[in-house]
Ligand binder design. Structure first.
Ligand code: NAG
Ligand code: NAG
Ligand code: NAG
Ligand code: NAG
Ligand code: NAG
Ligand code: NAG
Ligand code: NAG
Ligand code: NAG
Ligand code: NAG
Ligand code: NAG
Length: 602
C-alpha cells in the first residue's frame, strides 16, 4: 500500500512535469492515472475524488500542528482535483479529514512524501456528535504528544453547495480532542469553573509546550461561527486572551485591556520561554507571547463599508504578553533601511533561538496587505524580527505570494515547513482551476541558509543564525549578540526587565549546605567551564571574519526552478536584495534568474 502511494506520487509528479513541458502527452498521462490512482484511495470514504491528499489542488485557512513526529493538517477550504494527475476543473470544498505526514524520516514532496487522510466525521462506533471541519481554527498538541485539541473555527457559507458542508453548530461545544494513538475524536467539556467561551476564529494561537498550555488571542465571530451568528453583517472582533491548560482542561479568558482596548484578530503569535518576568514559584523566566501583525477592531463606530474588517496593526508595534504577571506591553521595533514589513493578515510566523540563546528570531512569511481602500496585495516576503534588539531584517521579496498558509519549525529545528496557502496565480476564485504547484501542499525553508527547498530532512544539521541576523546583532552565527536592546530604546523600563537574564535562584538554607557539599568539586568545573566559554567567545570575536553577503538571490525557491515551471514567462522587474549592515542600506537589483512564476496549466 505504501509502495503504491509512493509510485502514484512519483508518477503524479513526473506526469505533471511532462504536462507542462509537452501538453501533447496529456492523454497518455491520463491513461496511466486511471490505472494507478484507485490503488491509493483510502477505503474509509465513499467519495474518493475528494481525498484531500490524493486529490489535492490547493488549500488555505486550515490549521496544522507538528507533534509526535507527525505533521497534522486539519480542516480549511480545499479545492479538489477529480483526477490527481491531469488537472481539470477543481471542485471547491472543505477538508473533512485529518491529513498526516510522517516527520520521523526524510522525504521530498517531489518524490517520496507519503500523506495519509484520516476521515474524521464518521468514525464508526465513536461518541455521538459531529466533529466539525472548520476554517481559521486551531489545533493544539499537548505536552505528552498524545492528543490534539481542536478549538474554534468558522464555516464558509460560500461552500454550502459542497456535498460534505455542515451548517454552523452551537457554540456549546467548541473544543474537541483527537487521540493520536486511537485516531478518534471526542468532545471536551471545559473543566468546572471555566468561563463560557464562544467559537472564535482567525485569532492568534500558540502552544507553550513546557507550560502544557495553549493561548488564543482575540479572533472574530462571523456568520459561520455558530448557529446563532448568521445575522452578523461583518465579523465581530473579540477581546480576551484564552489560556487553555491541557492537564486540567480548564480555560481562562484573560483581559486584553492592556493591549489598548481594541480587540485584535488575524494576528500571529509566538511563545518564547526565555524571556518575561520571573515566576516566583519556579525561579525561572515565566515566558512571553509576542504578537505580530493582524488587525484591530475598527476605530470607526459605524462600519460604513460593510466589508471593513479592522485597522491594520503597525509592524513597528510589537505586543508582548508577560505570562508571569499577565501584563501586556508594546515595544517599538526598528525598521530595516527605513522600511517596515507591510501590515498584514493571513501570514505565518515561527521563532528560533540563537544556539547560545543570545537572540530569539521571529521569521515572518507572506500574507495579505490591505490598503486604505481594502484592496488586497498578496505578499511574498520573509522578514526576521530579532529580539531583544527588536530589529526587523528584510530577507527577501519575491513574486510568488502566499496567504492563508501555516508554518512550523520542523522537528530538528533547522527547517521551517509551510503548509497550503493561496497566491496570485491560484486564487480563491471558484472558477479558477489553477492549482498550487506545491502539489503536496508543503514546502521547506532552511532557517539558517534562508533557501527554499522541497526536501524535508529528518536530520537537518544544527540551526545557526543566518548571516544577516548575526551581522545585525553584532555576533556570530552561533550567537554572541552584543546588541541586546532596541536601537530606539526600551518603550518602558518594565519591558527591559522582561529581557534581562533571570536572577540566580536563591536556595533555601539546607539546600544551600547540601548543594555546597555536593557542588564543591563541580563548582571548580563550573569556573573552568565559564572561563573556557569566555575564552572561546573572545577568540571567536577576535578573528571573526566579516560574514560574506548571501551568495544567491534570497527569494529563489528551488522548487520553482524544477520541471514544474519550464513554460513560464519571466515577468516583472528584477527583484531587490537589500544590503545588510548598519550603514544606509540601498536596494541592489539582482538578476531575475529562477524567479519564474509557474505557468497556467493547459
Ligand atoms: C525519501 O528519500 C530519501 C532520500 O533518498 C531517503 O533518505 C528517505 O528515507 C526517503 N523517505 C521515505 C519516507 O521513503
Ligand atoms: C448553490 O446551488 C444553487 C442551485 O444550483 C445556486 O442557486 C446557489 O447560488 C449555490 N450557492 C452557492 C453559494 O454557490
Ligand atoms: C473573552 O472575554 C471577552 C470579554 O472580556 C468576550 O467578549 C469574548 O467573547 C471572550 N472570548 C471568547 C472566545 O469567548
Ligand atoms: C497526556 O495528556 C492527556 C491530556 O492532556 C491526558 O489525558 C493523558 O492522560 C496524558 N497521558 C500521559 C501518558 O501522561
Ligand atoms: C508559575 O509556575 C508554577 C509552577 O510551574 C505554575 O503552576 C504557575 O501557573 C506559574 N505562574 C504563572 C503566573 O505563570
Ligand atoms: C515575585 O516576587 C517579587 C518579590 O517578592 C514581587 O515583587 C513580584 O511581584 C513577584 N512576582 C509575581 C509574578 O508574583
Ligand atoms: C482600490 O479600491 C478602490 C475603491 O474600491 C478602487 O476604485 C480602485 O480601483 C482600487 N485599486 C486597485 C489598484 O485595485
Ligand atoms: C469563503 O470562501 C471563498 C472562496 O474560498 C472566499 O473567497 C471567501 O473569502 C471566504 N470567506 C471567508 C469569510 O473566509
Ligand atoms: C468558468 O469559466 C469558463 C470560461 O471562462 C466559463 O465557460 C464557465 O461558465 C465558468 N464557470 C462558472 C461556474 O462560472
Ligand atoms: C560589536 O562587537 C565588537 C567585538 O566584540 C565590539 O568591540 C563592539 O563594541 C560591538 N559593537 C556594539 C555596537 O555592540
Amino acid at each position: 500500500m505504501f509502495g503504491s502511494r509512493v509510485l502514484v506520487d512519483v508518477l503524479a509528479f513526473a506526469a505533471t512535469a511532462l504536462l507542462l513541458v509537452s501538453p501533447a502527452t496529456a492523454a497518455t498521462s491520463k491513461k496511466a492515472s486511471t490505472k494507478t490512482a484507485p490503488a491509493s484511495t483510502p477505503t474509509q470514504t465513499s467519495t474518493p475524488e475528494l481525498d484531500p491528499a490524493v486529490n489535492f489542488c490547493k488549500r488555505y485557512q486550515h490549521q496544522s500542528a507538528v507533534t509526535s513526529n507527525t505533521l497534522f493538517i486539519d480542516g480549511g477550504a480545499e479545492w479538489f482535483h477529480d483526477d490527481p494527475i491531469v488537472w481539470g476543473p477543481a471542485t471547491p470544498g472543505i477538508n473533512t479529514y485529518l491529513v498526516t505526514t510522517d516527520m520521523s524520516d526524510s522525504w521530498d514532496w517531489k518524490g517520496n512524501i507519503s500523506q495519509t487522510s484520516i476521515f474524521k466525521t464518521t468514525q464508526p462506533g465513536r461518541k455521538i456528535g459531529y466533529v466539525p471541519s472548520l476554517d481559521g481554527a486551531a489545533i493544539w498538541p499537548n505536552q505528552n504528544e498524545t492528543h490534539l485539541y481542536l478549538y474554534g473555527g468558522t464555516t464558509n457559507s460560500s461552500l454550502s453547495n459542497f456535498t460534505l458542508y455542515e451548517a454552523p453548530q452551537s457554540d456549546a461545544q467548541t473544543l474537541w480532542k483527537y487521540s493520536i494513538a486511537d485516531r478518534s475524536w471526542d468532545p471536551v467539556a471545559y473543566a468546572k469553573g471555566s468561563p463560557f467561551v464562544t467559537r472564535a476564529s482567525f485569532g492568534a494561537s500558540v502552544v507553550a509546550p513546557n507550560l502544557n498550555k495553549a493561548y488564543y488571542l482575540g479572533g472574530i465571530v462571523d456568520r459561520g461561527s455558530t448557529d446563532l451568528s448568521g445575522d452578523l453583517a461583518a465579523p465581530r472582533f473579540l477581546d480576551g486572551l484564552l489560556e487553555f491548560d491541557f492537564e486540567t482542561e480548564a480555560v481562562r479568558n484573560i483581559s486584553t485591556l492592556g493591549l489598548g482596548n481594541r480587540a485584535r484578530a488575524y494576528a500571529q503569535m509566538v511563545y518564547i520561554p526565555d524571556y518575561g518576568n520571573t515566576n516566583n514559584s519556579t525561579g525561572k523566566k515565566g515566558g512571553v507571547l509576542v504578537v505580530i501583525g493582524g488587525e484591530q477592531k475598527s476605530s470607526q463606530i459605524i462600519d460604513v463599508s460593510g466589508n471593513r474588517r479592522g485597522d491594520p496593526v503597525a509592524m513597528s508595534d510589537i505586543a508582548i504578553f508577560d505570562i508571569a504577571t499577565e501584563t501586556w506591553f508594546v515595544q517599538q521595533a526598528s525598521p530595516h533601511a527605513n522600511e517596515f514589513p507591510r501590515t498584514r493578515t493571513d501570514h505565518c510566523v515561527v521563532v528560533r533561538g540563537a544556539p547560545d540563546g543570545s537572540s530569539q528570531n521571529i521569521y515572518l512569511y507572506g500574507g495579505i496587505y490591505y490598503d486604505q481602500n481594502k484592496n488586497a496585495t498578496y505578499l511574498d516576503d520573509v522578514w526576521i524580527l530579532t529580539l531583544p534588539s527588536f530589529q526587523w531584517i528584510k530577507i527577501y521579496e519575491g513574486e510568488s505570494p502566499r496567504y492563508g498558509h501555516t508554518c512550523h519549525v520542523a522537528p530538528e529545528g533547522r527547517q521551517m515547513i509551510t503548509i497550503g496557502g493561496l497566491g496570485n496565480y491560484y486564487t480563491a476564485n471558484f472558477n479558477d482551476s489553477q492549482c498550487d504547484w506545491e502539489t503536496k501542499s508543503v514546502a521547506l525553508y532552511d532557517l539558517t541558509s534562508l533557501q527554499w527547498g522541497s526536501a524535508y530532512l529528518a536530520y537537518s544539521g544544527i540551526y545557526q543564525l543566518p548571516v544577516e541576523v548575526a551581522q545585525r546583532v553584532n555576533g556570530t552565527q552561533d550567537g554572541g549578540a552584543t546588541i541586546l536592546s532596541p536601537t530606539g530604546g526600551w518603550s518602558s523600563p518594565d519591558i527591559r526587565a522582561l529581557f534581562v537574564p533571570a536572577p540566580v535562584v536563591k536556595k533555601s538554607h539546607t539546600a544551600a549546605i547540601v548543594g555546597g557539599v555536593i557542588g564543591g568539586l563541580g563548582g571548580l568545573g563550573l569556573i573552568i567551564a565559564a572561563g573556557y566559554f569566555y575564552y572561546r567567545r573572545y577568540i571567536k570575536k577576535m578573528d571573526r571574519p566579516i560574514p560574506p553577503p548571501p551568495e544567491k538571490p534570497q527569494w529563489v525557491k528551488p522548487e520553482l526552478e524544477g520541471a514544474l515551471d519550464t513554460t513560464s514567462p519571466t515577468k516583472g522587474e528584477p527583484g531587490m536584495l537589500y544590503e545588510i549592515g548598519d550603514g544606509v542600506a540601498k536596494p541592489i537589483p539582482v538578476e531575475a534568474k529562477g524567479r519564474e512564476i509557474p505557468s497556467e496549466l493547459p
